[in-house]
Ligand binder design. Structure first.
Ligand SMILES: Cc1cc2nc3c(=O)[nH]c(=O)nc-3n(C[C@H](O)[C@H](O)[C@H](O)COP(=O)(O)O)c2cc1C
Length: 107
């Protein structure tokens, strides 16, 4: 690993949050598609990896990235009206390279 890559890996953070969906039935599929389409492009640009789960009533999302990148994404996510009551459960140092590698967010 190059020096700058290992320095970046050392600063990586992992973040987990839960939130309450505000989506109503007819719009759910389209809105989830919109969220995923946006996340694929933007997370890749900010070198964020993660996974998003939706139960029908709640979201849970796990994200890995630099503190700056996570701050940018969480600023957008917190202000998104498609969910409410965003509660960050934990933020911790990533133990190694991003666990999710290139998987990112996929449909
Ligand atoms: C549950 C949930 C998860 C989201 N996850 C991401 C994400 O991982 N990456 C992303 O870029 N946008 C995500 N979004 C969309 C953002 O909230 C926001 O709409 C989008 O990033 C555009 O940001 P902007 O309005 O600040 O330009 C998510 C939205 C919701 C409701």
């Amino acid at each position: 690993m190059r020096d700058e890559e290992s320095m970046r890996a050392a600063t990586l953070r992992a973040l987990l949050y839960v939130s309450r969906s505000t989506l109503a039935s007819p719009e759910i599929t389209a809105e989830i598609g919109d969220i995923v389409d946006c996340a694929i492009v933007r997370n890749r640009r900010l070198a964020i990896t993660g996974a998003l789960a939706f139960s029908g009533a709640h979201f849970t999302q796990y994200l890995e990235g630099t503190p700056d990148a996570l701050g940018v994404i969480m600023g957008s996510i917190r202000g998104d009206r498609r969910h409410s009551d965003v509660v960050v459960l934990c933020v911790s140092a990533c133990k190694s390279d991003p666990h999710l590698g290139d998987i990112g967010v996929q449909k």
